[in-house]
Design a protein around this ligand. Structure first.
Ligand code: ADP
Length: 274
């Protein structure tokens, strides 16, 4: 409707321009649809724990003379409250990575520090499942970027590796330098021996709120936003995140980021040009 009306009006200007305008409108529509979906998803995700909390608080009041029931309901209220807290925190993280330019306060960051921080964050969850975590190849490597954002990205990948793996398996983190004509990259690969991801789901897991198994994700405190945050952080640093996986065997998520020296030289050259 709208797109056609516009194209009819500018048709004399040439078909190239018309095509561009139509594409622009289609893109604007797509962005608007994505935004609407996102708001609907957020509302739904918030409603679920809030609804549960409201029902549970009624149950607590009704069970006032049964201390055991009160304790049981209170425990479930705590689970729902934690879920809400996680969701709100991840929404804040997502909006921060989408709005802040990470390269404004970029600095060289030691890869071994990032990896140690990510492992620390998951130590408790890994411990209860007796999952072994091992890191290698990180010595003397530096990436260029925003410390908080990169720590959040790597932390999410390691957290997922632990969450989607059975007990007594291994999570490995390996780093190396990859030579590139446009400047070296650092590759950080997180490998698990977990449930894996089908080819069909691989295409969608980086979307906001997409989960292969929503019940399983919720049980581990997942929000469905982690990989969307990782993808955004990688892209805004001039890098990328990719996944390899075999169902029932495990997955490897690989984060590629600019190497600190190469990135600094590039910034330096740019500032000399103008
Ligand atoms: P969540 O909070 O649900 O973990 P993510 O955005 O981090 O959200 O991941 C999206 C979905 O991708 C998860 O719900 C899960 O189904 C799948 N997934 C992510 N990491 C792994 C992994 N290492 N192994 C298997 N499945 C994974």
């Amino acid at each position: 409707g709208e797109a056609l009306a516009v194209s009819a009006r500018v048709a004399p200007l040439g078909s190239r321009l018309v095509l561009l305008l139509v594409e622009d409108l289609t893109e604007a529509r797509r962005i608007e649809a994505v935004r609407r979906d996102f708001v609907a998803n957020v509302s739904h995700e918030l409603k679920t724990p809030v609804g549960a909390l409201s029902l549970l608080s009624e149950a607590v009041m009704d069970a006032a003379d049964d201390p055991e029931a009160v304790e049981r309901f209170a425990g479930r209220m705590q689970v729902e409250a934690t879920r809400l807290t996680n969701l709100v925190q991840e929404l804040i993280d997502l909006s921060r990575v989408q709005n802040d330019d990470p390269l404004e306060d970029a600095e060289p960051i030691r890869v071994d520090e990032l990896v140690a921080e990510a492992i620390d964050r998951c130590r408790h969850a890994a411990g209860t499942k007796e999952i072994t975590m091992a890191a290698g190849g990180t010595a003397d490597l530096h990436v260029w970027g925003n410390r908080g954002q990169l720590a959040a990205a790597l932390g999410n990948l390691v957290e997922n590796a632990v969450n989607y793996s059975p007990a007594r398996t291994r999570v490995g983190i390996a780093a190396r330098t990859v030579a590139q004509p446009g400047g070296d990259l650092i590759e950080i690969a997180v490998t698990d021996q977990g449930i894996g991801i089908s080819d069909k789901d691989k295409e969608r897991i980086f979307e906001r709120f997409y989960r292969v198994d929503p019940a399983r994700s919720r049980a581990t405190g997942g929000t469905g936003l982690g990989l969307a945050i990782v993808k955004h952080v990688a892209a805004s640093h001039g890098g990328e995140v990719t996944v390899w996986s075999a169902e029932g065997q495990g997955s490897t998520f690989t984060l590629r980021l600019p190497e600190a020296g190469a990135a600094r030289d590039r910034t330096h050259q740019m500032s000399h040009r103008d």
